[in-house]
Design a protein around this ligand. Structure first.
Ligand code: HXC
Length: 266
């Protein structure tokens, strides 16, 4: 993994990180990587068994992880999880708002409840957890990383709900960075492009397989010539969590191999 060749071991020693939606996919890789570099990590998710398996994998590899089951859609659950993290791990330095829900659906077929569900998981969930974490982050001069997307930079078919949600998430990133910078809290985002072997990719790839064929297809439309890896996003999260990023706040880092910028010649 490139991060291990680039970053000093132990750069997050003594830090505590909460990763929402951290039991699988990109968010699990972020949790694993922050733990590898010394942070104690708390994984929040709705599926208790999946959370437990993720915790076990990190602990078996020599990291320190706990599970904090809960749904980001309610402020009460967010508050409870923050309380649990602090009582079990002693503090909170890093919050990664990764919990998200998505599916492809044409706008005319999207029910109000379907639209609301994605807004509640992605946008309201990001606010709930950030708001609940604020007093602890204020104490530690901590940081937030919001996992966004590039869907809304132009438009993405059948992604009305997720595009609106992620546009809102980007707005939270800038607003909270501006309001909470005075407390020493940094707030940034990461906007991943197409990332191989993820639920998002399986759900959004229009029936293409999630293996070599899909990677081949993506390599044609991504200027850097390959699909992203979960570790590409985890490395970005590690950088933003590190002191090397201590003057970066309010920024959403696009990690997509220049994909969203590129249009094939007609
Ligand atoms: C249309 C759908 C639908 C679909 C659900 N709904 N799936 N509508 N097409 N495929 C509708 C339901 O009919 C219902 O509306 C409403 O959405 C709520 O559905 P529930 O199943 O009750 O919700 P819930 O159990 O809370 O599940 C939430 C979910 C689910 C988002 C629908 O897919 C989920 O939990 N996903 C989490 C994992 C995930 O999706 N990860 C991928 C993230 S990828 P009605 O009107 O019938 O009540 C990602 C990347 C973005 O975020 C960027 C990519 C580049």
């Amino acid at each position: 993994m490139e991060a291990a060749k680039t970053f000093q071991p132990g750069i997050l020693k003594g830090k505590v990180a909460l990763i929402t939606g951290g039991a699988s996919g990109i968010n699990f890789e972020i949790a694993r990587t922050l733990a590898q570099f010394g942070a104690a990590v708390a994984i929040m998710g709705r599926r208790e068994k999946v959370v437990a398996a993720a915790v076990e994998e990190i602990n078996k590899a020599g990291g320190r992880a706990i599970g904090v089951p809960g749904d980001v859609r309610t402020a009460e659950a967010a508050q409870k999880v923050i309380g649990e993290v602090v009582s079990k791990l002693g503090r909170l330095d890093i919050v990664v708002n990764g919990a998200a829900g998505n599916f492809l659906c044409p706008a005319e077929d999207l029910s109000s409840n379907a639209f609301k569900t994605v807004i509640e998981i992605d946008l309201v969930g990001t606010f709930n957890v950030s708001r609940a974490a604020f007093p602890e982050l204020q104490k530690t001069k901590g940081l937030i990383i919001n996992i966004s997307a590039t869907l809304h930079y132009s438009t993405t078919p059948w992604q009305t709900h997720a595009s609106a949600a992620k546009a809102g998430v980007d707005s939270l990133t800038t607003s909270l960075a501006a309001e909470w910078g005075h407390y020493g809290i940094r707030v940034n985002g990461i906007a991943p492009g197409p990332i191989a072997d993820t639920v998002g990719m399986s759900k959004l790839s229009l029936g293409m397989t999630n293996g070599d064929n899909l990677s081949d297809a993506l390599s044609q439309v991504i200027p850097l010539g390959r699909a992203g890896l979960k570790s590409d996003i985890a490395s970005a999260a590690l950088f933003l969590s590190s002191d090397a990023a201590s003057f970066i706040s309010g920024h959403t880092l696009v990690v997509d191999g220049a994909a969203w910028l590129y249009h094939q010649p007609a």
